[in-house]
Ligand binder design. Structure first.
Ligand SMILES: Cc1ncc(COP(=O)(O)O)c(C=O)c1O
Length: 510
């Protein structure tokens, strides 16, 4: 990194800062940034002479206000960690860095990012999870946490009984290694569930049980791409897919999303044809649109023509509140180019860490080999419990109950949006899933809105966090895990936060 003044250098410095900046932590954002920069300087991750990105660049990139960045930077300037050269920017002080280097006790140097492989560094830089790691907050159910179903209505007692039964079954001689692709009765239950609920016919042998969609993505990108291959991602899109693609060494190329989903014309005209395309056709993440049938047909035909792979992430389509469900791409696919990904994170609970892939028959052995290289197989007891939960009809019952709860919460959010957020946030009534998107005018600093909301105890993710090139701005409002009373309170607080964030309210442009 050391001290270059080139744009490339500044971009690298930004990435170093960004991958360690945790906006979900509890302390004020300026303090976090101050402490992070100070630590990076002290540990010489930012060596003396390094030029910092501009205040504006840092603020935009990290999704915080310029005031947050300048407060942190001014404090570091006053303490001598940074020096400012009028007109040419802000630099890490050489004096300080040299002194610290002298005092560093021999042999105690911590291996930092530089000690990692290139692939390891890519993986670290791709980490950009906005999930809160604060268990107390997660347990309290906070408006408008994204990614949670109604876990406050989870049938704990029944699950505990099933788990206990599964443990008894497993202890009767099943403590050895199991099948890498998953517990056979669970694979069969998943196959019949997909046939009934999605019209997707597959053989249980094609079902691979994995640790949630994230693991499915990681295995798929690793098996299907070589380093530097191009992969096409929806823009804005799912950070988990971007992280898995980057970790595999692939180059992520953004493809725009409009009211019909991924723009297939834009995809087919990419100059370097992608090896893999990642899509969320049923409920595009994060915008919430459903891919039209016309586009679905065009996309599968393109994959057949070019030999590209489609990763279809069907993460929350159980919760559809209107509109027509279209056939999954995996149903339309005649050439075996679609890898279908599902998860139990939204239909049961995310910490279960169970999901599945349906892979073309010719890839089953490859996924088995990849599984043997990672976790060998998922823990047996939870798989046995889940199979039983599905076989006994409790899963279907839970889905019916949570569908009603989620539909009610979605209504509550739409009503509260009309009541408190009209004219401030254009909340789009997506007809599936567990979150809605509230659009802000293009050019709004949605990171500043999210920061202002966080100060009022409301969790929203800025839309820009999910964008590669897309200019749309807004916030994601999760409602699945948020009881109606909290939705009401959250909407009121969010309105205050938008008004107080210094961001000009107004309708979003299409
Ligand atoms: C697009 C998308 N896919 C998948 C998931 C679920 O991921 P996992 O199964 O790894 O918990 C989420 C969770 O928010 C998501 O937004």
């Amino acid at each position: 990194v050391g001290g270059t003044l080139t744009k490339q250098g500044e971009a690298t410095v930004f990435l170093l800062i960004e991958r360690r900046f945790d906006r979900s932590a509890d302390s004020p954002l300026f303090r976090q940034l101050y402490e992070l920069l100070r630590q990076m300087i002290v540990e010489r991750e930012l060596p003396g002479g390094t030029k910092l990105p501009s205040t504006r660049g840092l603020a935009d990139g990290l999704g915080v206000s310029r005031h947050t960045v300048s407060t942190a930077v001014e404090r570091l300037l006053s303490e001598g960690y940074l020096v400012g050269h009028r007109g040419s920017g802000t630099y890490v002080s050489r004096h300080f860095a040299a002194q610290r280097a002298d005092r560093r006790p021999a042999g105690r140097a911590k291996p930092g990012a530089a000690a990692l492989s290139r692939r390891g560094r890519d993986l670290v830089s791709a980490r950009r999870s906005p999930f809160s790691r604060d268990e107390a907050l997660a347990a309290a159910g906070r408006a408008f946490q994204v990614g949670l179903p109604a876990i406050d209505h989870f049938p704990y007692a029944r699950w505990a009984r099933v788990l206990n039964g599964a443990w008894k079954e497993a202890s009767a001689g099943r403590l050895g290694y199991q099948h890498p692709l998953g517990y056979q009765p669970l694979r069969a239950s998943i196959a019949s569930y997909l046939r009934a609920s999605r019209g997707l016919s597959c053989h249980p042998e094609q079902v691979v049980v994995v640790a949630g969609s994230q693991s499915a993505l990681e295995l798929s990108f690793r098996l299907l791409t070589d380093p530097h291959d191009t992969v096409a991602l929806e823009d804005p899109g799912y950070l988990g897919a971007r992280a898995a693609a980057t970790a595999a060494g692939a180059v992520a190329v953004p493809v725009p999303v409009d009211a019909e989903g991924l723009d297939v014309d834009a995809l087919t005209s990419l100059t370097v044809p992608p090896r893999v395309v990642f899509v969320t056709p049923t409920h595009q993440f994060p915008l919430g649109v459903t891919m039209s049938l016309r586009r679905r047909i065009a996309l599968t035909a393109w994959a057949e023509r070019t030999g590209a792979w489609i990763l279809e992430d069907d993460y929350d389509s159980e919760y559809r509140y209107g509109g027509r469900p279209f056939d999954p791409l995996a149903v339309l696919d005649q050439a075996g180019r679609v890898i279908y990904i599902g998860t139990f994170s939204k239909v049961l609970f995310p910490s279960l860490r169970l999901g599945y892939l349906v892979v073309p028959a010719g890839l089953v052995d490859a996924f088995e080999a990849a599984h043997l290289c990672t976790d060998i197989h998922r823990p047996l007891v939870e798989q046995v419990a889940l199979a039983r939960f599905m076989e006994e009809g409790w899963f279907a019952q839970h889905l019916r109950q949570t569908w009603e709860i989620h539909a009610e919460r979605r209504e509550a959010l739409l009503e509260e949006s009309c009541r408190c957020l009209a004219g401030l946030l254009d909340v789009q009534p997506a007809s599936a899933g567990l979150h809605l998107v509230g659009r802000l005018p293009d050019g709004t600093d949605d990171g500043a809105v999210a920061a202002a909301a966080a100060r009022r105890g409301v969790d929203v993710w800025p839309l820009s966090l999910h964008a590669l090139a897309d200019a749309r701005r807004g916030v994601l409002l999760g409602y699945g895990g948020v009881p109606p009373a909290l939705i009401r309170h959250g909407a009121e607080q969010l309105a205050q936060a938008i008004l107080g964030s210094g961001q000009e309210p107004g309708p979003a442009k299409e």
